[in-house]
Design a protein around this ligand. Structure first.
Ligand code: NAD
Length: 344
């Protein structure tokens, strides 16, 4: 049996979910001869102690203690502003790092981190979990197999039911950077093409506090790919029907939609149509439960040298470039060209 010790820093909204998933990994990995253990830390010490106790995990008082304790990989689930410093700490320790998206608050802050990782031979996986979602994987397979023909339109949607706390929004970088960056990433990943121009609009019809911290509660971007294909990426914090994440890919031969299932958060306006008959997802954690679990299993495989990095920092920064352009377009009211990188 191979032992892998994961050190997790940050047990807030997403960190608690990762902690639970790591604790449950052994059910999947033990049959393959891999045993995963968890140690965690958070500046909110009492909270972290409680989470650790509940999961039978170890608690340590700081990131330095976590690294010194000899973990095999570092999982970063703290707020975005802390990512560069913590990625560097993991790279300095010579251990693989999993860091929640994004690499940094914006591309300018991320570029020195990319240099640091490359110059120090760091291994860093970024948390774009949709790359592990069964629906997106099937859509990519179908497109790459030629089953859709050529794509004429793409429509991506990411809507929360209710906004996260305004304190979080104040430091999130804006709706496109926080939310739509997942759509920008998956669109590059699925098509293998770069988004070269973004034209964004937004609105604030919900809590005025969101506008007061400089964000919008709803936005839509028209995107253009490097081959001229067009698409839209829309997001909202106020989708009362449920957590709604979908991608419609319309091809010359066939069209598919990711996220169109019994739990879709929309109803047909047509008489006699009962679909979708299930209860809609309420949160991103529910919607991507399987993807988050697979993502963490992939990080263990990356640590063990059993797989390629499924989402490199360069991939994540390429998506962030599009998000930055969308934020700029939103602020200026004009279309913005995206500095092009190579899709992977
Ligand atoms: N992949 C996704 O779907 C997804 C979803 C939500 C959030 N995120 C990303 O995850 C990150 C965290 O988001 P969140 O909503 O969980 O935030 P959060 O504020 O709920 O949690 C952050 C936690 O980190 C702790 N923390 C902050 N700085 C620390 C430090 N230096 N050392 C130790 N602990 C520290 C805080 O006390 C808090 O418990 C963000 O970067 C966000 O973009 C990703």
């Amino acid at each position: 049996m191979k032992d892998v010790i994961l050190g997790l820093v940050g047990v807030g909204r997403i960190g608690v979910m990762h902690a639970n998933n790591i604790a449950a990994l052994n059910g999947v990995l033990n049959p393959r001869g891999i045993n995963v253990r968890l140690r965690l830390t958070d500046v909110a010490e009492d909270h972290a102690r409680n989470i650790a106790a509940g999961l039978g995990a170890g608690f340590v008082p700081s990131v330095a203690h976590l690294i010194d304790s000899g973990v095999d990989g570092l999982v970063i689930a703290t707020g975005t502003g802390t990512h560069p410093e913590l990625i560097r700490a993991g790279v300095d320790a010579g251990i693989p790092v999993f860091c929640e998206k994004p690499v940094a608050m914006n591309v300018a802050d991320a570029l020195p981190v990319l240099d640091y990782i490359r110059d120090n031979n760091g291994v860093v996986q970024i948390g774009h979990q949709r790359r592990f979602d069964a629906g997106y994987l099937e859509a990519k397979r179908a497109y790459q197999a030629g089953e859709l023909g050529w794509i004429h339109s793409l429509r991506a949607v990411t809507c929360d039911m209710t906004p996260p706390p305004v304190e979080f929004l104040a430091t999130s970088g804006g709706l496109f950077r926080d939310c739509s960056v997942h759509d920008f990433d998956i669109l590059r990943w699925l098509t293998g093409r770069e988004i070269v121009e973004v034209y964004a609009k937004g609105s604030n019809n919900g809590d005025p506090a969101i506008g007061e911290v400089g964000d919008v509660d709803t936005a839509l971007a028209v995107i253009t790919f490097d081959d001229g294909t067009v698409g839209t990426v829309s997001a909202s914090r106020y989708n009362g029907a449920g957590h709604d994440v979908r991608l419609e890919i319309q091809g010359s031969s066939r069209s598919v939609m990711v996220g169109l299932d019994a739990k879709s958060a929309l109803a047909s306006a047509e008489a006699g149509v009962a679909f979708p008959e299930g209860e809609p997802h309420q949160t991103f954690a529910e919607r991507f439960d399987q993807a988050y679990r697979s993502e963490m299993a992939a990080f263990v495989e990356l640590i063990l040298g059993e797989r390629e990095n499924p989402c490199t920092p360069e991939d994540a920064v390429a998506a962030s470039r599009v998000a930055d352009a969308a934020q700029e377009s939103l602020a200026t009211g004009a279309p913005v060209k995206v500095a092009v990188t190579v899709a992977s």
